[in-house]
Design a protein around this ligand. Sequence first.
Ligand code: GLN
Length: 313
Amino acid sequence: SGNGIHSPFQDFLEQLHQKYLPLRDGTPYLSEPDLVEINPDWFGICAVTVDGDVYAVGDYEQPFLIQSISKVFAYGMALSDRGRDYVLQKVDVEPTGDAYNSIVKVEESSKRPHNPMVNAGAIATTNLILGNSPAKRLNRVLEMYKRFIGHKVFVDTPTFVSEQHCGDRNWAISYLLRNFGMIEGSISETLDLYLQQCSAIVNCRDLAVMGATLANDGINPMTGTRAIAAPYVRDLLSVMYTCGMYDFAGAWVYNVGFPAKSGVGGGIIAVVPGQMGIAVFSPPLDKRGNSVRGIKVFEELSQRFGLHIFDPT
Ligand code: GLN
């Protein structure tokens, strides 16, 4: 089922797809029972190089929710809108070792959320995005996605509404953050924007292009458009590297060794700096909220092609 350029890399992606399709561990995420049908066997892999070459296999065009992968790009917007120093006063860059939706460290430290890749930090990040109204802020987020992807993306309204009504932890985190002065203004406006940014629909190829844009210093290799100012790309890759896989971040760095971010929609986006963006989509998640097949694919890809950033060149 190869759809990209024929090469040893494409061949290996096809082998990985065949090898891990029968792996049926994990459970897909649903914000509420029976909201949508999710096929646990959806499985796509896509890589896009900084030269715009595309390698793809499986369900790489199947639409799904960007979810927490949005946190990387929202952080980029906050940095662009407010500058690094101001953003660092509101969100730190330390890994938590806790679950993505944990509230404990927010209360414990009574200060900045630990990092922008977990919910607490991401809600504080989204609160920093500029715009004169909720609709204008949402439009700015969607325009930013468009620069990274190359085409317009849309918010899945049923998912957004569902997460608004089933997201008690996110409400609790938001109130606590405002109590500590880490977010300002209307909680529901901030949380709405956060949940809308999470409910954007993408596919595996879109994520690979977004990753390739980060691999290419912020210029989308398919369109030639700059998606983010170059100095911030390093910041995004740093927090992805240390915090992108939640409480699996350490093992990920050890075994895979390049920056990545997962989302409960089943996507994992990864960046091999200067070379390519790689994305895997497979909905069943492990207990930490990372795609089971996704982790396997990245571990093998990193080993086979020596992609760990500390591998000898
Ligand atoms: N919308 C989800 C939440 O906030 C996103 C979480 C995720 O992908 N880890 O709970």
